[in-house]
Structure formats: C-alpha cells, structure tokens
Design a protein around this ligand. Structure first.
Ligand SMILES: CC(C)(COP(=O)(O)OP(=O)(O)OC[C@H]1O[C@@H](n2cnc3c(N)ncnc32)[C@H](O)[C@@H]1OP(=O)(O)O)[C@@H](O)C(=O)NCCC(=O)NCCS
Length: 243
C-alpha cells in the first residue's frame, strides 16, 4: 500500500517547547510505550477504563495515551500531570475541569498517539494506523457522503488508500472538533481530499456552522499512519512537537 502525499515533516523535540503566542496551535505526537509511571498518574476511573479493555496490550496503550495527554496539558496549566482534572461534554469530549483554556483533543491508533492544543478555538484530531487490506470504497459508501465516495471510486486503485485515509482523518477531526460523537452522521458534510492541499470543508448540515470557519492540516507520521487536525479560523501558526 502506498500512502503517497507530501506533508511537511517539521517536528521538534518536546524538550525545546516553551509557551507560545496566544494564537499558536501545538501538535504533539508520541509513541504508546507503556510505562509503570504512566499508570501512576491516572485517576482510578481512567485506570479502570484502560483495564477493562480485553487485550491487555491495547489497555496499556490507552493508559499511555491518557498519561501523555496529562503530561502535555500539565505544561500549559502549570500543575503536576496527576492533578489535571477533566470534565466531559455531552458526547464524551474531554475538556479541562477548572478552566476553559487551553482546548485540546487526543487520538490514538496502533502504537502512536496525537494531541492538539489550541486557545480560543475548538480543535479536533485524528490518527489512523493505515491498513491496506480493506474495502476502501465499501467503507466510504457507508461513512462518506455520496460525492466523496464517488470521488474515491474515480481514482486509480493504487491512489485510493492514501485518499481514503486523508478523507477519513479529516472527517473524524471535524467531528471531534465539534464533539458530537456518533450523533452527527459523517455523510452530512463534505470536504475535498483528493488533491494534495490541506483541504476545505465544502458543505455541512451542522446547525449554525459555516464552511469557511474550519481549517485542516494533515500530520506527518511516517509510512503507516495518517493524521489530521481540524480547527476553527482564523488560520493560525502550528508548532509540531515529538515527545
Ligand atoms: C470517541 C470518538 C469521537 C472517536 O473515537 P476513535 O476514533 O475510536 O478514537 P480516537 O483515538 O480518535 O479518539 C479517542 C479520544 O477522543 C476523545 N473523545 C472522546 N469522545 C469525544 C468526542 N465526542 N469528541 C471529541 N473527542 C472525543 C477522548 O480523549 C478519547 O480518548 P480516551 O478514550 O482515551 O479519553 C468516537 O466516539 C466517534 O464518534 N467517532 C466517529 C466515528 C465516525 O463516524 N467516523 C467516521 C469518519 S468518516
């Protein structure tokens, strides 16, 4: 499978991080290496929810994702990671409990995790471990709008995997920025994804939304992974950090 497409690879080591200007978006990537000290900073609820996952290795990765999220947010709010406290939106989107900012979103897939952090604007993020042996057009028929699914079918078969994951991660990132979970169907909005540009929202049935409000960026994650972020405008600078 070829996940062709050029995405700028501009990652900086986390140790170089310092607080940025108000309008900056920080994107963080990390490996889900399960460490004992990850479990130590989780709440009992977070520990229970990771331990409930039947495959222990996957539960460990969930714990690692949460621990990384805590360590990342701790930088912004000057608190120890174990003291970061969350509340949840109606459909499960985590937010900080004691302050509105920064806003953030987490995604994990395979052995990698991604967190994006913004101020003043909603943000969503998605990462997918890309697999080649899937019926991309079949999945698109189920989850994409008709025009998006037609666009995938019109591509030569070797270009479909990359295009599929580009569309999927952008669509998921948009839904995660809104925090609607499964309550807003992924075929009720369309975006462009076939070209190499960052993509734009073309149509949406989301109440009180406007297509010009949202921006997308693909995330460079190496050969087998695709990632995207979606954030509210105006457009703003992005910094890329690797933990
Ligand atoms: C949680 C959800 C939003 C994403 O799930 P996912 O893709 O399996 O998982 P990800 O790793 O990308 O994201 C999970 C994280 O998102 C965050 N999250 C949970 N609910 C969320 C919501 N409603 N909105 C935004 N973020 C959410 C959490 O931090 C969660 O991690 P945690 O469980 O460790 O706390 C899922 O419920 C969902 O609705 N997905 C939409 C599915 C869909 O129709 N996709 C079609 C795309 S074409």
């Amino acid at each position: 499978m070829t996940l062709e497409g050029h995405v700028p690879d501009l990652w900086h080591p986390a140790r170089e991080w310092e607080r940025g200007a108000e309008d900056i978006i920080d994107v963080w990537r990390f490996e889900l290496d399960v460490q004992e000290h990850d479990w130590a900073i989780l709440t009992p609820d977070e520990t229970r929810s990771a331990r409930r996952i039947v495959v222990a290795e996957k539960g460990g990765r969930k714990a690692s994702a949460r621990a990384n999220l805590r360590r990342i947010l701790a930088r912004y709010i000057d608190t120890p990671p174990e003291d970061v406290s969350f509340v949840y939106g109606e459909h499960g989107k985590p937010m900080l409990a004691e302050q509105d900012e920064p806003q953030f979103n987490l995604s994990d897939s395979g052995t990698k995790g991604l967190v994006a952090v913004s101020r003043g604007v909603r943000i969503g993020v998605d990462i997918e471990h890309a697999r080649g042996n899937r019926s991309f057009t079949g999945i698109a028929d189920r989850f994409f709008a008709q025009s998006e699914s037609d666009a995938l079918r019109a591509l030569p078969s070797e270009s479909r995997p990359a295009a599929f994951y580009r569309a999927w991660t952008r669509k998921e990132a948009y839904l995660k920025a809104w925090g609607t979970g499964l309550t807003f169907a992924s075929n009720r909005f369309t975006l462009d994804y076939v070209g190499e540009g960052p993509g734009t929202l073309l149509t949406t049935e989301m109440p009180n939304d406007d297509v010009s409000r949202w921006h997308f960026r693909d995330v460079a994650l190496g050969q087998d992974y695709k990632g995207a972020i979606c954030f509210e405008g105006p457009d703003r600078p992005i910094r890329w950090w690797t933990v």
